[in-house]
Ligand binder design. Structure first.
Ligand SMILES: Cc1cc2nc3c(=O)[nH]c(=O)nc-3n(C[C@H](O)[C@H](O)[C@H](O)COP(=O)(O)OP(=O)(O)OC[C@H]3O[C@@H](n4cnc5c(N)ncnc54)[C@H](O)[C@@H]3O)c2cc1C
Length: 127
């Protein structure tokens, strides 16, 4: 008698696959299958390879996280005893060939065509 224990294969080790595996393995035998050499899928932290901010870690998967919009993710982090820390949020994108710049700081979105010099004063957009 296997007491309802099933053999389950989960394809992909992104946050969806890892979470499914984490929950299902409490009752079942789970095999997680991943095609790439590292787990995590889109969720990853990379370090800037060069430039003035070389070495700065940048999260590519989860940039926004708050309790109101992410109740289940909050619950998962609680279960995993992951510490959380408040942070300010900003976002900047600059397409050098077209000169298009998109900035987001606490005051909201700003879409504009920007010169390099605009970025020098970026901190002045924050509040
Ligand atoms: C720029 C950007 C910013 C984001 N910011 C946020 C944010 O702030 N907050 C938020 O909640 N979400 C954010 N997201 C969305 C979030 O990152 C994704 O929704 C989430 O990571 C997707 O997870 P997933 O497990 O569904 O897929 P993925 O992370 O894509 O994982 C899929 C995995 O399956 C593997 N795989 C695929 N095919 C096979 C196969 N045939 N066999 C074996 N393995 C396979 C892949 O290699 C990969 O590891 C952002 C996304 C982007 C692009």
């Amino acid at each position: 008698m296997n007491n309802g224990v099933k053999q389950i294969a989960v394809i992909g080790s992104g946050v969806a696959g890892l979470t499914a595996t984490h929950i299902l393995q409490r009752k079942h035998h789970v095999t997680l299958i991943e095609k790439s050499e590292r787990i995590g899928g889109h969720t990853n932290t990379v370090r800037l390879p060069d430039g003035p901010d070389a070495g700065t870690p940048v999260d590519t998967g989860f940039i926004v996280m708050n309790h109101r919009n992410y109740p289940l993710f909050t619950k998962l982090l609680d279960q995993l005893e992951v510490d959380l820390r408040d942070s300010d949020m900003s976002f900047g994108y600059h397409d050098i060939p077209s000169g298009l710049a998109i900035l987001w700081v606490r005051i909201g979105w700003s879409f504009r065509s920007a010169e390099k010099s605009d970025f020098a004063g970026l901190s002045s957009y924050g509040s």
